[in-house]
Design a protein around this ligand. Structure first.
Ligand code: UDP
Ligand code: MG
Length: 316
């Protein structure tokens, strides 16, 4: 049985060698049980020496495959490239910054051998700032009401997939890739276990607050059209309020005669309606924008260098 380890690397020159050492150790431990390992590293257009380090690793270790992008295409594209170029009977997807402890692979292999198609490592939120934990909880509660797939707090990309699960994920061709949701959408029997999250050893997280916000929105919009439905209901609710209010004004005018005041009412009504219309336009725009990107059918990434033979992705 061949296990592929897929790890996206973006400016990880400081940790990648250490990462490789650690997974190598795990690979040695799994060898007696008849498990071979290959390593698929995807350099996501790093601007440091990540590619040079990967090339050296490939020279030293024939099990190392690398794919290097022409520019930074983002982690989702890197994951897809890794999955496409992994030839294993099963694939472990993990970050290369050592926040996903490689030693857990042994446990994952055990669970996969028990017949699961996805073995998911779920990180605890110990050590995270309280505000972050709180907002994450709130977000997952909200988002799970809205989206069609189940997203679980603490579940990320650290997981092991069987060949058929990998093929299923790779067959989803959308440009706007929200992996958490794609993995959940694929389904198949899954097992989840918890692990303690490790702090980053070197470098820093590429997530900014804005990035996180956009990611949160992506999660909401990628897997359903309920926001559109919500916009419709909101519009109907507003219309009913307006009709009730009109009836009341007309009634009052009939009883008391016409009175002129109402400046505040008019301004409030105009601004509220304009605001709500803007929000609805935004929701529709988000979906239209997604359609726009999908219909262009551009490749998810461009490869500038790789040692994977017969890859379909290399642009000569
Ligand atoms: N990564 C990537 N492309 C990017 C950003 C990140 O391939 O544009 C990789 C990065 O090298 C790491 C993983 O994705 O292996 C997770 O990134 P990061 O540690 O920045 O995110 P966090 O752990 O904070 O969620
Ligand atoms: Mg990280």
């Amino acid at each position: 049985m061949l296990i592929s380890v897929v790890a996206p690397c973006y400016n990880e020159e400081a940790v990648i060698e250490h990462f490789h050492q650690r997974v190598q150790q795990v690979a040695e431990g799994l060898l007696p049980q008849g498990h071979d390992m290959e390593f698929v590293y995807v350099d996501d257009g790093s601007c440091d020496r990540t590619l040079a380090v990967l090339k050296r690793l490939a020279d030293l270790d024939s099990r190392v495959r690398y794919v290097s992008f022409s520019r930074n295409f983002g982690k989702e594209a890197a994951l897809l490239a890794g999955l496409r170029n992994a030839s294993g009977d099963s694939v472990v997807v993990m970050d290369s910054d050592l926040q996903h402890p490689p030693e857990l692979i042994t446990r994952m292999v055990e669970l996969l051998d028990e017949g699961h198609d996805q073995v998911i490592a779920r990180r605890t939120r110990n050590g995270d700032p309280i505000t972050r934990t709180f907002t994450a909880r709130l977000y997952y509660r909200l988002v799970n009401r809205l989206v069609d797939v189940e997203l679980i707090d603490g579940v990320g990309d650290f997981r092991m997939l069987s060949r058929r699960a990998v093929d299923a994920v790779v067959s989803l061709a959308e440009c706007n890739r929200f992996s958490k949701g794609l993995f959940a959408w694929v389904g198949f029997p899954s097992a989840t276990f918890e692990y303690e999250n490790a702090a980053r050893e070197h470098g820093r997280s590429s997530w900014s607050l804005r990035g996180l916000l956009n990611y949160a929105l992506d999660g909401l919009l990628s897997f359903n059209n309920r926001p559109l439905r919500a916009a419709l209901y909101l519009g109907l609710a507003l219309l009913s309020c307006a009709m009730l209010y009109t009836a009341w004004i007309v009634g009052a005018a009939l009883v008391n005669g016409v009175q002129a005041p109402g400046y505040v009412t008019i301004v409030t009504a105009v601004t509220a309606v304009a605001g709500i219309q803007m929000v609805m336009l935004g929701v529709i725009g988000e979906y239209t924008g997604r359609i726009y990107y999908e219909v262009k059918r551009r490749p998810h990434f461009l490869v500038k260098a790789t040692n994977v033979e017969r890859t379909k992705d290399l642009i000569p």
